[in-house]
Write a protein that binds this ligand. Sequence first.
Ligand SMILES: Nc1ncnc2c1ncn2[C@@H]1O[C@H](COP(=O)(O)OP(=O)(O)OP(=O)(O)O)[C@@H](O)[C@H]1O
Length: 272
Amino acid sequence: MEGAESERELAVDVGEVLVEVKNLTIKFGGLAALDNVSFVIKRGEILGLIGPNGAGKTTCFNAMTGVYKPTTGDVLLEGVSVKGRKQHQITRMGMARTFQNIRLFGEMSALENVVVGLDARHRTSVPGALLRMPRHVREEASSIDRGMALLEFVGIAQHAEKRARELSYGSQRRLEIARALATDPKLLCLDEPAAGFNPAEKEDLMALIRTIRDEGYTVLLIEHDMKLVMGVTDRIVVLEFGRKLADDVPTAIRNDPRVIAAYLGEPEDDAA
Ligand SMILES: Nc1ncnc2c1ncn2[C@@H]1O[C@H](COP(=O)(O)OP(=O)(O)OP(=O)(O)O)[C@@H](O)[C@H]1O
């Protein structure tokens, strides 16, 4: 019986590889922001990417999503290299992200911001859209329904018609997540989504991230707050000075002397 139990646990724990970061090096002049970093992201997990300031976390996101070109190494999504592809092509492949500094269309409504994300996947050509061909009309109707459903999912449906810039900071962060989800990503990359939140807001956001995972998405999460990251992730990759320091389950990371040493002296309140 015990054997069957552990087999079942194993079947749940081991997802197939969705993303492979392979020997990734990114150099800015002489500085290696990332130095030969490799790790995998398994389908259905929440992977935390942590490390002190300047460790290379955002650089890693930027390389994964086509903002930076790897100096050497590669990133594979379902075995397909993202190399040489533009950001919107990588989005279409299934990699979506939010930014450390919120980037919304401030003058557009919350709903419109999400519909833009949905549009990234539409097949309607621009001339077709201008002539309001039947398929476009159909897509628009379903875009609004789906956009509303996404706003509801992240908990801000009541603000659908408000301009993005008029939303509270917390709602803007949630809207960014809804917009990223609108692209129906295989991997959702969240860059410090709880930055600037109070502890209660952070808890709420972590609950949302868990729900996103439970809906079947795979999540890569950059987060400074160790306590928070320990509570929400299935596995954690630790970067320090551009190198991978550790890659393990949260309990092992928490007790890893190298990780503890890397965080010593890190001020608590530098996350925002
Ligand atoms: N475009 C760039 N040009 C030059 N140097 C850069 C660039 N982007 C990042 N760096 C440098 O690369 C290193 C890693 O930066 P990165 O932003 O990836 O770290 P991080 O782990 O995300 O840090 P933080 O927690 O402060 O956001 C830093 O030394 C940074 O100054």
